[in-house]
Ligand binder design. Sequence first.
Ligand SMILES: [Zn+2]
Length: 279
Amino acid sequence: MAVHRGPRKSADEKAAEATRHTSIRAHALEATASVDAQSADGAIDVEKIADHLGAEIVFGDLDGAKARVVQIGDRARIIISKKIVGVGAIRFCIAHEIGHLVLKHYAQGDALGRAFKRQRTCSPLTSDGTEIERDACVFATECLMPAPLAGPMCQVAPISFDPVRAIASAFATSLQASAMRFVELTSERCAVVYMQRGRVLWAKKSAGLQAWIPDGRAVAPNSAASDYFDDGHLEASRVLPASTWFPRDTHAKDASVYEHMTAIPEQAAAFSLLWLPTT
Ligand SMILES: [Zn+2]
């Protein structure tokens, strides 16, 4: 679920990244197809994929909301922190670690060809700038919510939060991961904005949304997000003047932005799904 917040990339770097991500997504779809891991109810059976890769999944005492993958020869162990809350979050962590195994993120130094032990500790549920971590999140997202299935569910106007709930329910994913996937696949003008302590930490925008959402800006006092930071409400929906979230852009006089806020109390955070209808 990592969102890159490092220095701006050049056009060449962006193109190289897009090519790499396309290949990662193909690997994810292949990993699912090769073991027939799509269960009858739609959710992807990540345990089955792990098993096929010789990876055992255990729950352990890792510091914080973390996950780890340990590889010894051709066997592997995926360790998920007992502190991670929610089936969706646990599944995302498992799929992320599977991504490291499938993408051979240990290939460097493998030239000796002997049994070796390597491990990687990750925080898949927080934003992290390293390329390998982001790649494993791209893998996890495609693995859990494959574009051929999730794509059609995203071609709707999110006038309510229902399209995101439908994705979360179909694929047994968290609401945040589902909202981010919605923004990735929709042709509507949307964004997921993640906030902590009343400020924007990062925003992920759909391809069609050009408006600027600066990191660090304070949550507007009348926004749905303010219901959490001011009053502790866990969920809120609002239709607001577009300028509430996009003050620097020019809008038609009556342009509106739809906002649905979901709190993540265990992170003292909240995220909002924004939708700016095309006028
Ligand atoms: Zn990782």
